[in-house]
Design a binder for this molecule. Structure first.
Ligand SMILES: Nc1ncnc2c1ncn2[C@@H]1O[C@H](COP(=O)(O)OP(=O)(O)OP(=O)(O)O)[C@@H](O)[C@H]1O
Length: 455
């Protein structure tokens, strides 16, 4: 960051173009980079594709002028995606109640329009330097958690092995490839490596390769020069440059097409990049961590992933097991999330009953830890009681419950047929046409069977 520019990269979202213009004029004197956006619907795309140090978010949009609901909605969206985002709200109405609500949700601060320039800059500076609400909360939670890696819950054998690998490699600059299904914690592990590395004071730049379009790949990763293509309104640094001296995390690396793999490989081999439209080469010093939910080794065999690129990425390989392969961690994770969400939603502390835990341990968790986290969040919100029971997780279909639905007292075919027909009739409240369609027989065939079974 240049010495006179005390603020980093700022995203400002407001549907009033005059406010955006005034904001940009002021902020660009103090910030490394200022992006303005009129349409809040673009927020998810921007967050997926760019890194911001601060987000200045308007509370009211034309759809819903004075309630502030849209601003709160977008604040929650941002924090869901990036719990550590530093968001400062802008309100034209000085509505204290709403501002307080936004602070409770996790905004760092708020400013009232029309703002005083010096005050706005001061507010942004303190927001940038303060710890985000999520980070504070994590620290609070973590300080109560025993365990070798703060913030990473689980003490089963597979995770302990991963912790020991992290301990060994974090301090080196070795490239790391993290393999695992969606939601297993690949990003969390990547951050843990960064936080234990010599680069921990520097930036961690996350790039979702799955979200970058083929045509924007080079501009996103290597940057562009103003005027190099239609939308290149100003010079822009790419992610490699932004990650200089820090860690570059390339997520969903398996999604890259072969031509893009070749471009990425060249940049990694040369440790230099050129912005699109510029021949100048820029040295980049990065530590590379990549992740994928696919099997790169199989992709190499199928010739859809370059072997030389795989070898460049996987100096160290960490395989994160699916949650169903490490059921021993479910209890600890579930309790951790119960605590987190009781706190977040201001609910009295709750306990998981044994039946509920058994249900969680039996479920296959195709979405892994992320799915468990959401299941617990949902049950904490819905449950008024002090105990979380298995019924609070009835939305999870376990194999046993599926088996139970299909359970028969015996295997006598005649009786099974009678029971199935009765169930189909009950389901459609006696409607013969619908029941016969579901049973896969004609109406006449169903009538014959009703007669046979005396239904
Ligand atoms: N061991 C863990 N302890 C606490 N939280 C965890 C753990 N593992 C995963 N999580 C949480 O689960 C969610 C998903 O984790 P993360 O984003 O790291 O997974 P991922 O493998 O990178 O997912 P994807 O492949 O979908 O990008 C996050 O909210 C993360 O904080």
């Amino acid at each position: 960051m240049a010495a006179d520019k005390v603020l980093g990269r700022i995203l400002m979202v407001d549907d009033d173009e005059d406010v955006l213009f005034a904001g940009k004029m002021l902020l660009k004197k103090h910030a490394q980079e200022v992006t303005i956006e009129k349409n809040p619907q673009k927020i998810p795309f921007l967050l997926n594709n760019y890194q911001y140090d601060l987000i200045l978010l308007d509370m009211n949009y034309t759809d819903d002028t004075a309630s502030g609901k849209e601003g709160i909605y977008w604040l929650e969206e941002i924090l869901d995606r990036q719990p550590n985002a530093k968001v400062v709200m802008i309100t034209a109405f000085g509505d204290v109640e709403l501002a307080v609500k936004s602070l409770k949700i996790g905004a760092m601060d708020f400013v009232v329009k029309p703002w005083e320039n010096a005050k706005l800059i001061e507010t942004l500076k303190s927001a940038q330097n303060a710890e985000s609400m999520a980070a504070k909360q994590d620290v609070e939670e973590e300080s109560q958690e025993e365990g070798p890696m703060k913030g990473i819950v689980g003490s089963g054998e597979s995770l302990r092995e991963i912790f020991s690998i992290i301990d060994k490699i974090a301090g080196t600059d070795a490239n790391v490839l993290i393999l695992g299904e969606n939601g297993t914690g690949k990003e969390l592990i990547a951050k843990a490596i960064h936080e234990r590395s010599k680069r921990k004071e520097k930036v961690f730049v996350n790039v979702d390769m799955g979200a970058i379009t083929e045509s924007l790949f080079e501009s996103e990763l290597f940057g562009h020069k103003k005027g190099s293509f239609t939308d290149a309104h100003e010079d822009r640094k790419g992610r490699f440059e932004l990650a200089h001296d820090g860690t570059l995390f390339l997520d969903e690396i398996g999604n890259l097409s072969l031509p893009l793999q070749a471009k990425l490989l060249t940049a990694l081999q040369r440790r230099k990049v050129s912005r699109v439209g510029d021949h100048k080469e820029i040295d980049v010093n990065i530590r590379l961590i990549a992740a994928t939910n696919g099997s790169l080794h199989e992709m190499v065999e199928d010739k859809t992933f370059r072997q030389d690129l795989l070898y460049r990425l996987n100096t160290v390989e960490i395989r994160l097991p699916a949650l169903r392969e490490r059921k021993e961690d479910i209890e600890e994770l579930a309790k951790f999330f119960v605590k987190r969400y009781c706190k977040k939603y201001d609910k009295k502390s709750k306990q998981l009953q044994a039946g509920a835990l058994a249900k969680l341990e039996e479920y296959a968790w195709p979405g892994n830890v992320r799915e468990l986290q959401h299941a617990i969040e949902r049950s904490v919100i819905m449950c008024e009681d002090q105990f979380l029971r298995k019924e609070d997780f009835s939305f999870l279909r376990t194999e046993a419950s599926d088996r139970h639905d299909m359970a028969f007292d015996n295997y006598n075919l005649e009786e099974i047929e009678r029971k199935v027909i009765q169930e189909a009739l009950d389901k459609y409240k006696g409607n013969i046409s619908k029941a016969s369609r579901e049973l896969g027989i004609t109406r006449a065939a169903l009538y014959r069977r009703l007669e046979k079974h005396g239904i």
